[in-house]
Design a binder for this molecule. Structure first.
Ligand code: AMP
Length: 419
């Protein structure tokens, strides 16, 4: 029987896995600078968490979740997004008791049953962050600045930050009804999804990717006219702080975000190098969510970066992983036993060591060392062993020296100190 991975889900193989790890290391560094600590939540949650957290009207809950009933008759769901689980953990562990402010980041797989295409998969990964405990516009600006610095630090170029404010519970309903009235007039021309959204979540029509829907939005009422004084002040302060930090952005009144819980600041980072799936990152403020999920009335703001899309952007710029620093070519049984002991000493001293498991000819072992790009080769045949020595060969200069078997690690220590 021939087994294949599930459609829309992919293996991550070397050397790409090393490129991912390098990006994660760089991201950790940036998170640390801004005071964010890592959280890891389970891949599976009770389904009700997402139904409550994302809302029935969201595309995710409506049609994309991997939901199943487990043997205990409980409805469970593979995590489709990162915010609701982090909020669940924040509330469950009462993290707000010691300090309402919490700054958390995660690297997590997500699962959505979408139609797979380039940049869109059924299992994908996000680098995400959430900041709880402050409604300050400075927090929005800081989260966005962190995001931009993170993308810069891994080498993203030419991405565009787009910013909007979705208003709040006080001012959004009036905009929603004005928009609904407008959309009702053009309803026949909208796609099936938008005809539904028109009733459930009219703001979502604004960022529908369907060109025929976009064409109909020409005369739609603008959201800016409906902002209340507080929302306007908040948004001005966010923009001011971004400008002070030197973060470039573009206002885009069509940014709506897919999830019901967003209020005020909403943002996306897009790149035209990504093709149809141009969104690299989405985020925003979600002040009602913690309370909706059973916690205190604590505000929050966060983002999620699509890792696969990030890696598509970095495909040409990421360096390949480093080659092994030492290849040990041993010939014959006794030399191989001696070599194995040396190999372990070198690895304990933090050298990356490869060797040949099959006792092949010297020629084929040297070929392999070459193919792996090894920097040094340690040769150990029966002649060397009889003299209790090895030959160390520098693969780029071809220089060779004899080194006593007992001092190989010491010899490499000196090499390290001289390079
Ligand atoms: P969202 O929570 O839907 O705004 O997603 C945040 C980011 O995750 C997006 O901007 C994408 O980069 C990425 N993303 C969302 N859905 C998928 C998917 N099905 N496949 C790959 N990446 C995705």
């Amino acid at each position: 029987m021939h087994h294949t991975a599930v459609k829309g889900m992919h293996d991550l193989l070397p050397p790409d896995s090393a490129r991912w790890a390098a990006v994660e290391t760089a991201a950790r560094r940036v998170f640390a600078r801004y005071g964010f600590a890592e959280i890891r939540t389970p891949v599976v949650e009770k389904s009700a968490l997402f139904v409550r957290g994302l809302g029935d009207a969201s595309d995710i809950v409506g049609k994309e979740m991997y939901t199943f009933v487990d043997k205990g008759d409980e409805s469970l769901t593979l995590r489709p997004e990162g915010t609701a689980p982090v909020v669940r953990a924040y509330v469950e562990h009462a993290l707000y008791q010691t300090d309402p402010q919490a700054k958390l980041f995660y690297f997590s797989p997500m699962f959505r049953r979408e139609r797979p295409q380039k940049g869109r998969y059924r299992q994908f990964h996000q680098i995400g962050a959430e900041l709880f405990g402050t409604a300050s516009p400075q927090a929005d600006a800081e989260v966005i600045t962190l995001l931009v610095r993170l993308l810069e630090s891994v080498g993203v170029q030419g991405a565009q930050l787009e910013l909007n404010s979705l208003g709040c519970a006080a001012c959004r309903p009036a905009y929603q009804s004005a928009l609904r009235t407008f959309l009702a007039g053009v309803a026949e021309a909208l796609c099936g999804d938008c005809q539904r959204r028109l009733h459930t979540n009219p703001l979502r029509v604004l960022d529908c990717k369907n060109p025929s829907c976009q064409e109909r939005l020409g005369g739609a009422p603008g959201i800016a006219a409906s902002w209340c004084a507080e929302c306007r002040t908040h948004f001005d302060a966010v923009q001011d702080a971004l400008a002070l930090a030197g973060v470039a952005f573009r206002l885009n009144p069509r940014i709506a975000r897919g999830l019901d819980y967003y209020v005020r600041t909403a943002f996306e980072i897009t790149s035209d190098q990504l093709g149809a799936q141009s969104a690299l990152c989405g985020g925003g403020r979600y002040d009602g969510l913690v309370r909706a999920l059973g916690g205190p009335d604590v505000p929050g703001v966060g983002f999620g970066i699509g890792m696969e899309r990030l890696m598509l952007l970095l495909a040409d710029t990421q360096p390949a992983p480093l080659p092994p620093s030492v290849f040990v070519a041993a010939l014959g049984e006794a030399p191989r036993r001696a070599a194995w002991a040396v190999i372990e000493q070198l690895r304990a001293a933090d050298w990356c060591v490869e060797w040949d498991y099959e006792d092949r000819s010297l020629k084929s072992q040297m070929k392999r060392a070459d193919r792996l790009g090894a920097v040094h080769v340690v040769l150990l045949g029966s002649d060397e062993l009889a003299r209790a020595e090895v030959t160390v060969r520098n693969m780029s200069t071809k220089a060779q020296v004899a080194v006593p078997l007992a001092t190989v690690v010491e010899h490499f220590h000196q090499i390290r100190n001289h390079t």
